[in-house]
Design a protein around this ligand. Structure first.
Ligand SMILES: [Zn+2]
Length: 446
């Protein structure tokens, strides 16, 4: 029986579940229909000399839409994603209005439907959690721990778990930050931002979250000590360590969920970089030491850090140039993440297996994106085609975010040549998809 395929991606080295293979990919109706074998298709993309990877998932972006769309909107943010090999994004709830109930969720969904060129999930904030689940929220969070009292956080985590959703956590403890800010308020040097939000604030917040829930995803780890806590909790939860006094755990260990992420900026930048970039590098949690960079790389390599995510948080240069206390926190990064990490693979900082695992396989699993994350028959045909030999310097004027600057200016990277989503070419050195091509990935229960 011969299937009528729509498209072939041929002659590339393809990243399959059993490693890199020189095989052709055969696509029908947006899905991968066959791998290898001589077939026929009316359209063909020649990937000779190229690496073909699963489309990447950025599970932590802030596209500002609805809200301050002069910083970013669904079209500019998703174009930036597509140009960087990201085929699915998950947008965070701190837009305006915040995504806290069905109405605000559906408002965001409408905006994304009208303009996103990549596929997307939408997280709900810690509001009407049952409603948000029914509306199709991918997870609850990021929950900014410093915005809530301990009692509120416990209740949010409990309700999120009851609804069968994952709580994604921005772990920084308010009381420590408040104390430090008061003590340091006379200082104006950019490094004061890292001192005002010290490692201890992150550590205490992670400790509390681990004590209150076993259904957690810890966002953007910034320090080695935070990673140590997560590694220890995993051992204890699986019974490999000495159990400590603590929370009531699920009777069924298989139901426990604990994962974590790291951003490119917490791997590649540290407090030494304030000298050159000043308040532009203000980000929460803040940049730490070279030692923390090293420990986070190690965690990413071993897989104890599950995934990479950009925490893409665009602000304009004139906003970022304010004094360190006034400047808004956050850096753009959705477009540069895969390119920087492909270059890290070339430098042997990371192996290709872990890169694909951290940007496709595991984010798909953690956030329930069943059709995404792998080049295998039946999955969506989301592909990134890369020339591993084409190393370029990152330049803000070649990027597509409204942020219009990058903390990685001049760094080496390997940019994707083409990005394919559900069998359609979305990026080919230029935007090829119509606004609104992207599809919602949440499951709506109503
Ligand atoms: Zn964030």
């Amino acid at each position: 029986m011969d299937i009528n395929f729509d498209l072939a991606v041929s002659n590339g080295r393809v990243y399959t579940k059993s490693g890199l293979k020189s095989i052709d990919i055969w696509i029908k109706e947006g899905r991968i229909a066959a791998l290898g074998g001589p077939h026929r298709a009316p359209e063909r993309i020649d990937a000779k000399g190229m690496l073909v990877l699963p489309g990447c998932i950025d599970s932590h972006v802030h596209f500002r839409d609805p809200g301050p769309t002069y910083k970013e909107d669904w079209l500019s943010g998703s174009t930036s994603a597509a140009a960087g090999g990201i085929t699915t994004v998950i947008d965070q709830p701190n837009t305006d209005p915040r995504t806290l109930d069905r109405q605000s969720f559906e408002l965001k969904l409408e905006r994304a439907r009208a303009s996103s060129v990549v596929d997307y999930g939408i997280n709900g904030g810690p509001g009407k959690i049952e409603e948000l689940k029914k509306a199709g929220a991918q997870a609850i969070g990021e929950i900014f721990c410093y915005e809530h009292s301990d009692g509120e956080l416990e209740r949010i985590f409990a309700e999120t778990k009851r609804q069968g959703l994952l709580a994604t956590v921005h772990a920084e403890d308010d009381s420590i930050i408040k104390e430090m800010v008061t003590a340091l308020s006379s200082r104006q040097d950019p490094e004061v931002h890292s001192l005002a939000r010290p490692v201890e604030a992150e550590v205490r917040s992670i400790e509390k979250a681990l004590a209150w829930s076993d259904h957690l995803h810890i966002c953007h780890l910034s320090c080695g000590q935070g990673l140590n806590l997560i590694e220890r909790a995993r051992q204890e939860w699986t019974g490999e360590g000495n159990a400590t006094a603590g929370p009531k755990r699920s009777a069924n260990k298989a139901k426990m969920r604990l994962s974590c992420e790291v951003t490119p900026h917490h791997l590649l930048l540290n407090i030494g970089d304030y000298k050159k970039q000043g308040s532009f590098l203000k980000v929460n949690p803040p940049l730490r030491s070279q030692g923390d960079n090293d420990r986070l790389w190690e965690g990413l390599r071993t897989g104890s850090i599950d995934i990479l995510a950009s925490d893409h948080a665009p602000h304009l240069p004139e906003e970022k140039g304010e004094d360190i206390w006034e400047a808004p926190a956050g850096v753009p990064g959705v477009e540069t993440m895969l390119p920087l990490m492909l270059y890290a693979v070339r430098r042997n900082l990371l192996c290709l297996d872990r890169l694909v695992d951290a940007l496709a396989t595991r984010p798909a699993r953690i956030f329930g994106l069943a059709k995404k994350g792998a080049i295998s028959v039946g999955k969506d045909a989301d592909l990134v085609i890369v020339d591993p030999k084409r190393v370029v310097e990152i330049r803000a004027d070649r990027l597509h975010s409204r942020a219009d600057w990058t903390p990685y200016e001049g760094m080496n990277a390997i940019l994707p040549r083409m990005t394919i989503i559900r069998g359609s070419l979305v990026w080919d050195d230029d935007l090829m998809a119509r606004p609104g091509y992207g599809r919602f990935q949440g499951s709506q229960l109503h």
